[in-house]
Design a protein around this ligand. Structure first.
Ligand code: NAP
Length: 327
C-alpha cells in the first residue's frame, strides 16, 4: 500500500468539500487504487478561525509549509484570483507534485504555462472544476478529442445568470429582483459583477478554447456582454414568441485556424440544445465532426459537485500511474 500526502489550498466552499470527500472516501480509494491518501496540510488566510472537523495542526498560512511536506503527491488549489495561486502551483510542480485547480481566473490565463511546466516535470494538471463545476466537460472533451475534432462550443457557463434569466421568465420579475433572489439564495456573490457581466463565463470559455483548439483568441477581440440590460418586457415578449434568452458563451475555429469567441445573451428557440436549461444549471453543447452534437448538463457550482470532480481528477491521475504495460 502506497501512502501519499496531499495539500489543500483554501478551506472555503470548495476546499472544505475536497477535505470531506477525501475523508469519506479514504477507505474506498485505498481499496480501488491501492493508495492511502492523507490530507497533510491546508492553507488558509486565517489560521485561528475554527474549521469543523479539522485538526488545527493541519492549518497553515505559510505556503512554505506545504512545499516542505515530505512525499507531497498533489496540491488541490481552491483559493481565489490569479496570484498567489499561479505562483503556488508553479512551485508545487517544480517540487514534483501534481496540481488540481478549481480556479478559472488563474487557469484561463496561466493554464497553458502550468501544463507545459507539468510536462517538463513529469506531473499532471487537473482542471475539470474550473469550467462548469460538476459537469464533466473537460474529461469528456479530452476523451473525444483523441479522435474527434470539436468544431464549435456553446455553453451556459454561469449558473447565476441563467438563474436570473429563468426567474425573470417564470416568475415575471425584473432583473434587479431576480438578482436579489439569487444573492439571498447564495447563488450570486455580494458583488455579482463577474457573474452578470459575462466575465466569469469568459474565463471558462477561454479554458474550453485552449482545450478544444490548442489556443485562445486574443482576449481583447472577444465581445463580452452580460445580462443586466435585458428587461422583463423583452423576456416576456420572447416567451410569447416561443423563444428564451440564454446567456451563451460561444467559440469556434474557422478554416484558417482563426478562433471566434463571443459571450452574450441570445434568443433561442425550442430546437436549440440550450433552450431547456433552466435555473442554476450549466450546460455545454459540443459540435464534433464524427459524433455530431453532444450536450452535457448539470450543476455548475457548489461544494460537492465541484470538489468531487477534483477528487476524480486525482483518482484518474493515480490510476494512470498504476497502469503497468506488459512487455
Ligand atoms: N464555490 C463554488 O461553487 C466554485 C465552483 C467552481 C470553482 N470555484 C473556484 O474555486 C475557488 C475557491 O472558491 P470558494 O467558493 O471555495 O472560495 P471561498 O469560499 O471564498 O474560500 C476561499 C478559501 O481560500 C482561502 N484563501 C484565499 N486566498 C488565500 C491566500 N492568498 N492564501 C491562503 N488562503 C487563501 C480562504 O482562507 P480563509 O478561510 O482564511 O479566508 C478560504 O478558505 C475559486 O477560485 C472559485 O472561482 C468555486
Amino acid at each position: 500500500m502506497t501512502a501519499v500526502k496531499v495539500a489543500i489550498l483554501g478551506f472555503g466552499t470548495v476546499g472544505e468539500g475536497i477535505f470531506n470527500i477525501l475523508k469519506e472516501k479514504r477507505k474506498q480509494l485505498k481499496e480501488t487504487l491501492g493508495v492511502d491518501i492523507e490530507v497533510a496540510k491546508i492553507l488558509v488566510h486565517n489560521v485561528s478561525k475554527e474549521r469543523e472537523g479539522v485538526d488545527a495542526s493541519l492549518l497553515t498560512n505559510r505556503f512554505e509549509d506545504i512545499l516542505a511536506l515530505p512525499q507531497l503527491d498533489v496540491v488541490f488549489e481552491a483559493i481565489v484570483g490569479e496570484e498567489p495561486a499561479y505562483g503556488y502551483l508553479d512551485a508545487a510542480i517544480e517540487k514534483g507534485a501534481h496540481v488540481i485547480t478549481a480556479n478559472k481566473v488563474m487557469f484561463a490565463k496561466f493554464g497553458q504555462a502550468l501544463q507545459e511546466k507539468a510536462k517538463k516535470y513529469g506531473v499532471q494538471v487537473g482542471f475539470e472544476a474550473t469550467t462548469a463545476g460538476g459537469v464533466p466537460v473537460i474529461k469528456t472533451m479530452e476523451t473525444i478529442l483523441r479522435v474527434n475534432d470539436v468544431l464549435h462550443i456553446q455553453g451556459i457557463l454561469n449558473g447565476t445568470s441563467n438563474y436570473i434569466l429563468t426567474q425573470m421568465r417564470t416568475e415575471g420579475i425584473s432583473f434587479e429582483t431576480a438578482l436579489k433572489n439569487a444573492q439571498d439564495l447564495g447563488y450570486a456573490e455580494a458583488d455579482p459583477y463577474n457573474d452578470i457581466s459575462g466575465q466569469d463565463a469568459f474565463k471558462k470559455l477561454m479554458i474550453l478554447s485552449a482545450l478544444a483548439f490548442g489556443k485562445q483568441p486574443n482576449w481583447e477581440d472577444v465581445k463580452v456582454v452580460g445580462i443586466s440590460e435585458i428587461t422583463l418586457e423583452q423576456v416576456q415578449q420572447a416567451d410569447a414568441n416561443g423563444q428564451r434568452y440564454r446567456h451563451i458563451a460561444e467559440v469556434s475555429i474557422d478554416e484558417n485556424g482563426k478562433i471566434h469567441a463571443e459571450i452574450g445573451p441570445q434568443l433561442v428557440d425550442a430546437a436549440h440544445p440550450l433552450y431547456a436549461i433552466d435555473g442554476v444549471d450549466n450546460a455545454v453543447a459540443l459540435d464534433t465532426n464524427y459524433i455530431g452534437k453532444i450536450t452535457l448538463v448539470g450543476p455548475g457550482a457548489g461544494m460537492y459537485p465541484t470538489a468531487s470532480v477534483m477528487v476524480e481528477d486525482y483518482a484518474s491521475m493515480l490510476s494512470k500511474q498504476s497502469v503497468v504495460v506488459p512487455v
